[in-house]
Ligand binder design. Sequence first.
Ligand code: ASC
Length: 158
Amino acid sequence: MKKIGLSICCVLALSVSTFAHSDEHGVKSEKQAKTAIQFRKAVFQLIRSNMGPLGAMAKGNIPYDPALMEENGERMVQLGMMIGDYFHADTSSFKVPSDAKDSVWTNKADFIAKSEDFIAAAQNLQNVAAAKDEDNYRKAIGGVGGTCKACHDDYKKD
Ligand code: ASC
């Protein structure tokens, strides 16, 4: 009985996580591709909005603020986790404008690995902030920016 209960639980958990995906039913039309790309861009725009003030902080344009680093770092961890999900469906066969190079789809594992580097850097940013490690805050912010750039270099059109 316990075993059956556990299996049912697993099946349920699996279907819940499956349906949580943005595009589980696949992209079957240009209209759906347009929506999928719109959602992807929204994730990156939110990452950009969280990175903006941190970039200004690293340059000394706004004061050192570990609370902001921690909050935006936490948000970027969450947003970073969405990258793989929102790139689940290959939209390259549709003629919808996108900044994603086709190499995203041919090097998917590396693309995902780079999103994981970003997540790790955003986690590190939170740790440095929580430790009030002021000597390393610029380096921690730069570390996040470096993972943005590494992915853009390979997978974002100029
Ligand atoms: C940012 C931002 C990016 C990255 C990148 C890092 O703040 O908007 O796209 O950092 O410029 O090189």
